[in-house]
Design a protein around this ligand. Structure first.
Ligand code: SAM
Length: 224
């Protein structure tokens, strides 16, 4: 039986009121206006801000931040406007690759750092990235749109650039989930197919998250 004397609901209302207090709303408005005026709004936050959305915040804390290391080199595939790139700037070197020059141009507007190398690729390669140099490879909201033949080609090419113990974290479409089936922009992939590609390409699956997101999954894998 629920405890009717719980303070939970009144506390939640109070917390919401505090968040909407006039000084806080004013601060938020000033911050947003400043970003808009300087053209610094991050393209991609409309899909969810990892600072605010609980599921993304969880994935950031589990699959991204623990791996950031100033003695390591990293690579991101499909950075968009830099929604996740901003968390990867603490690596020694960060390569970002994207197939679309316009998206890379958008990234340059919002993310500036001396350790970034921006690369326009052919849709599945890593031109200029030294062999066996990458300690951490990350991609979010990009492979969800790639068909399995392209994902396979990417993983084949990844084998050349990641270090044997380097961690690869890929977010992919899972058509086993109703929310992916309803999204025509999501590719025809699922957990079983993704596991098969990872293993066929010589990687070992280390960890996967099949529950946090309603339309997709996250896999972490290494070569050794
Ligand atoms: C939906 S956006 C996601 C951007 C960012 N990762 C985020 O989560 O906000 C997809 C990104 O993948 C890029 N992209 C699409 N196909 C690609 C491919 N084959 N190789 C590399 N980048 C690709 C797009 O240009 C875009 O930057």
């Amino acid at each position: 039986m629920p405890r009717l004397d719980t303070k939970l609901h009144l506390d939640m209302l109070e917390q919401w009121r505090r968040q909407r207090s006039f000084p806080r709303r004013l601060l938020r408005a000033v911050r947003l206006a400043k970003q808009a005026l300087l053209g610094k709004e991050i393209y991609g936050l409309q899909w969810g801000d990892p600072e605010v959305m609980q599921s993304l915040s969880f994935l950031k804390d589990r699959y991204v931040l623990p791996y950031v290391n100033p003695a390591h080199d990293a690579l991101e595939i499909g950075p968009g406007g830099g929604r996740w790139t901003r968390y990867l700037l603490g690596f020694r070197k960060l390569y970002v690759v994207d197939y679309y020059p316009d998206l890379l141009q958008q990234l340059r507007r919002t993310v500036k750092a001396p350790n970034i190398t921006i690369i326009n690729n052919n849709g599945c390669d890593f031109p200029g990235v030294p062999k066996r140099s990458i300690d951490y490879l990350f991609s979010f909201d990009t492979f969800v749109h790639l068909e399995v033949d392209l994902i396979r080609a990417y993983l084949e090419n990844m084998r050349d650039i990641v270090k044997p113990a380097g961690n690869v974290v890929i977010h992919y479409s899972d058509k086993g989930k109703i929310m992916a089936q309803m999204n025509k922009n999501f590719s025809d992939n699922d957990t079983a197919k993704m596991r098969g590609i990872i293993s066929d390409c010589g990687f070992k699956l280390r960890e996967e998250d099949l529950t946090t997101l309603a339309h997709s999954g996250v896999a972490r894998f290494t070569l050794e």
